[in-house]
Design a binder for this molecule. Structure first.
Ligand code: THU
Length: 128
């Protein structure tokens, strides 16, 4: 699967975003080590702190279906800036990226994207 394939899946997922407060749809497509892909969108709430980001939606879907090893995630957002994962999502992704690290693809409007290793974005996750 190419980066573009995964980014297209993230864009598709953003169509289900529930964003009555921010009006900022985000989609994520998470590729697991076995090749399966789980998508997610942001789901907002009137209690704003209860909002769930697209990336965490995808992670929770994957883990609840038995996948715990991730290799790449595509994040789609139509902002002026690249749609980077928030701090909470970085921590949650790092929980499952393990020593092998993972790739994080971030888009902005116009379809341009940048690619990072999660270890660049989250060098020292909290661990117990
Ligand atoms: N959002 C995500 O879904 N992922 C991120 O990494 C950053 C922010 C969502 C949360 C909220 O619904 C909207 O974008 C605006 O903050």
């Amino acid at each position: 699967m190419t980066d573009r394939d995964l980014l297209n899946m993230a864009r598709e997922a953003a169509q289900n975003a529930y964003v009555p407060y921010s009006h900022f749809p985000v989609g994520a497509a998470l590729e697991c080590a076995d090749g399966s892909v789980f998508t997610g969108c942001n789901v907002e709430n009137a209690a704003l702190g209860s909002t769930i980001c697209a990336e965490r939606t995808a992670v929770v879907k994957a883990v609840s279906e038995g996948r715990r090893k991730f290799v790449r995630i595509a994040i789609y957002g139509e902002g002026e800036n690249y749609c980077m994962p928030c701090g909470s999502c970085r921590q949650v992704l790092a929980e499952f990226a393990g020593k092998d690290d993972m790739e994080v693809l971030c888009t902005r409007s116009g379809g341009r994207y940048v690619s990072y290793r999660l270890s660049q974005l989250m060098p020292h996750r909290f661990e117990l």
